[in-house]
Design a protein around this ligand. Sequence first.
Ligand SMILES: Cc1ncc(COP(=O)(O)O)c(C=O)c1O
Length: 390
Amino acid sequence: MEKPRIYLDNNATTVVAPEVKEAMLPFLTELYGNPSSLHRYGAETRVHIAEAYDHIYRLIEARDEDSIIINSCGTEGNNTVLQGVYHTLIRNGNKREIITTNIEHPSINTCLTHLAELGVEVKYLPVNKDGYLELETLAAAISDKTALVSVMWANNETGVINPIEEIAALCHKKGVLFHTDATQAMAKLPVSVKSRNIDFLTYSGHKFHAPKGVGALYIKAGIKLPPLLYGGEQMGGLRGGTHNMPGIAALGAACKIAVSGIQIELTHVKALRDRFETDILESIPDVIINGKGAPRTPNTCNIIFKGVEGEAVLWDLNEEGIAASTGSACASGDERASYVLSAMKLPPELTHSAIRFSLSRYTTAQEIERALDVIRKTVRRLRSISTSYK
Ligand SMILES: Cc1ncc(COP(=O)(O)O)c(C=O)c1O
C-alpha cells in the first residue's frame, strides 16, 4: 500500500488553493471570451480584470499610477527587467554595470551571463556566512557606472532574507535603479513597495498557491521599460499576448488570500518549522541549520546531516512518501554543489549533505511528526553505513 504522502517542497511549487481554483474555473468554462474583443463575450471577461488587479496591487501596496504587468512567471519578470535596463540605460548610455549577488536564482544569473557577452559589466557581490548581503558591501560597490542593482528578497534554498528596505533606500539615495526578485518572499512575509524605493519587483504565482504559468512584474510609476514580448496593446503595451484570464483570476485570488495568509505563515507555519528544527537539533547529532542566525522566511529549513549525502536522504524520504529537495528545484538532479551554500563559505563535503524542507500553510503538525520520525530513522541508517561519518 502506498504510504501517505507528505509534501515539504513548497519552495519548488505549491498546491493550488481551493479559493484560487474556484476563481479560475469560470474562465476555463463559460467565460472564455477574449477580453480585448468588443462584443459581449469580451466584455464579460474584461470586467474581471480590474477585480483581480485590485488584490494584486493591494498585496504589495502599489499605487494606481504604478504598473503591474501580469506575465508568465518569475523568470519572465526577471528577464524583462534585466534585458529592459540593458536596452534603455546600458546599450547606448554611459552606465554599463549591473550589480547583483552570488546567490541569485538562475533566471538572474544566466540572463546576466548573456548580458555580459553583450558588454554589460556584471558585479557579483558576496554574501556573509549567514547568507545575506551586507549593506556596507553594496555601498562600497555602487559607482557612477552602475545602472541597476538586483538583489533577491529571500533566497530559495535557505530562506535567508536580505535587508531589502535598507538596500532599496541606499540605491535610491545613490540614484541607482533597484530590482528585487521577491519570488520566495511573496505571501510569506509582508512585501511592500510603499517606501517608493523599489523600482522593479518580480514574482511567480505558483510559489503561493496560484497555478504555474502566471507571475507579475511591478514597475514604479515614472520608469520606462521596453517589453520583452512585443505584440498587442495588452498590459498597456508592456507585454503583448492575449490576456491569460484563468491566470489573472488565479493570481488575484492568491493575492487576496495572501493578505490574511501572511499571518498564518508568520504564526502557524513558523511554529511548525521551528518545532521541526528544534526536534532535529535535539534528537540528531552533527546537524547544521543553514542561515539559522539570520532572518529567514517562516517556512524554510535548509539542513545538513553531516556524513550522509543529501541525495541519499532524499531518496529514502521519497520511498516513505516524503517530498523535500536538495536545493533549488532547478539544480536538483545534477551533481553540482549548491552555489548558495558555497557562497556562505560551506565546504563541499557539507554542501553535499544539505536538504531543504519547505512547509506551507497546509502542512499539519501530524505530517511534521511523521516526517521527523522518518528523518531520524533515515539519518541513523545512512550514517551506520557511511564511510565518512565517524
Ligand atoms: C528566487 C526565485 N526566483 C525566480 C524563480 C523562477 O520562478 P519560475 O520558475 O516560476 O519562473 C524561482 C523559482 O524557483 C525562485 O525561487
